[in-house]
Design a protein around this ligand. Sequence first.
Ligand code: MSP
Length: 649
Amino acid sequence: MTEKPTFYITTPIYYPSDKLHIGHAYTTVAADAMTRYKRQRGFDAYFLTGTDEHGLKIQQRAAEAGMKPLAFVDGIVEGIQKLWQLLDIDYSDFIRTTEKRHEQVVQSLFKKIYEQGDIYKSEYSGWYCTPCETFFTEHQLAEGHVCPDCGRPVQMAQEESYFFKMSKYADRWLEFIEANPDFIQPESRRNEMINFVKQGLEDLCVSRTTFDWGIKVPFDEKHVVYVWFDALVNYISALGLGSADDSKYQKYWPADVHLMAKDIIRFHAIIWPIILMAAGLPLPKKVVAHGWLLMQDGKMSKSKGNVVDPVVLVEKYGVDAIRFFLLREMAYGMDANYSEEALVNCINIDLANDYGNLLSRTTAMIEKFLGGEVAPGSEGTEFDAELLALAAQTPEAMAKYMDKVDIANAIGEVWKLVAKANKYIDDTAPWTLNKNGEREKLKTVMYNLAEVLRQVTILISPVMPNVAAKVWQQLGLSAEAAGQDWQALKWGGFPAGTKICRGEALFPRIDWEAAQAEQAQAEPPAEAELPKAEAAAMEPVKPEISIEDFERIDLRVCQVIACEKVKKADKLLQLTVKLGNEERTVVSGIAKFYQPEELVGKQLVLVANLKPAKLRGIESRGMILAAGDGENLRVLQVPAEIGPGGSVR
Ligand code: MSP
């Protein structure tokens, strides 16, 4: 027996977060659909996902929860695995960066590269983005002096570190990209990466001493390996590189596709290939970046608090519909807007109207006109050839896109066939054939429709893994006839004489307006409509002021660059804030509500022209605005795109 060709696809490994949102889910659902598609096509497809568990942020969150970091992440990782189960993600392996099998590979790669002189020790000083755990040089920062990857504020930081000689490999990287024009997809990202490298690659700081939740540098245990150097290695550590059994590495590496969103392409398209070059290992074949799922106020992200929970959506609309929506809506390499209304539209139009209706019309007519039996007749119609030609072309048209990981367009090709089949019903008018007693033609038309439905269902099942079973049941297909790989696509595979078994609507239509009205009734009244007694509990509004009075208050955006507790004052924090070019000290009574490190990097609102006051001997120049009361107080935050110093009106 000849060996199957292999296909190895990865998603990024996720930061442990108890609220992965549907933006995160997109990458995983897309990789899962790709894997299922490749399996249908006879590949031995291997799909890796996992979690990226080290770093300062996790260490801090675990400390806040009063837990050891590993115990803290264990529970979250379990939640992530459950979410993937709910979304029917059929991964081949799930790697955690806290596993020994991973740690060993990271340490041995680090040591090898150090010993050959491509990692060296020095002192680092630069702009650090805590959320991305990345240092940037001045010229790498985005407009507004913020992180080029996440747009959040950065801080100046120094530490003794090991450096990876990325600069040494810049020319080799450029040559590689030149020789492999398809390596970075889509094309626009490729150009972006080339420009980035051409501007000059700096050596990369690959160790940290400021926290210890990470993989130790094997020859200098004061240092932990930089999280990205650690995380990227998962793609080969999971395959058992360097272990007693490295058969998976031998079989699947190099990866066919590393899939991710555009914000982390630089790590995958530049840093990762250079690590591999230095280690003397083969490079992956393709790095594909998709766009972001956006909400009205920008990228869906936990830090923005605008996330949509996939669990809620799956419960409400079903897993197949959610998977279909995500993959259909996100055009290749572009961002996509999310709204529940768009989701409902997609369900109503693409699924209920086009696909679901095709099934229900077809099965209803087979039942009514042919007593439920499907078998081709001895005569056809003038419309058959076109339908059959499109059915014959669709798999290749779909494959052309799938092989580029352009799933939205691939679905589009299948939906052209769905639309054609619906039009075929209108063109052939089976009810008229029935009325005129043209039974042979009628049988052929119904057979062709059942056959198109079988083909469409095979093609779409990587996207919606549960529809096939439902459609097979309604079409009366037995388990053997329900083969779902591409060999089963041969026209005429629908066994003649099959008895169909009509069922419920595949995707019932959703009445969006009615659902909205129902939800509004179920929701508690908004604050503005609070019952009188509660509204009365609000502090009375202060006496009216004029706009001129208000304009005397100079409200400014400030960025916290340092923060500490004020000694012997359990309510006070001392903040050093930046306003444009100016730095000042502010004392704020928020110590009960924030740990000092939580505030560093945040952009807050400052009453900048408040008369200075001395608090515990510290001169405070301004006041930080916060909302809430003695029980619960939160500082007002300003999005990163408004730089420090900007005025608040
Ligand atoms: N841990 C790193 C990856 C290390 S890989 C060696 C990481 N994790 S993440 O949890 O923040 O993100 C995981 C994936 O979700 C990334 O591809 C990220 O870009 C993607 N997305 C996060 N928010 C997204 C949207 N709103 N839309 C689409 N994808 C998004 O990055």
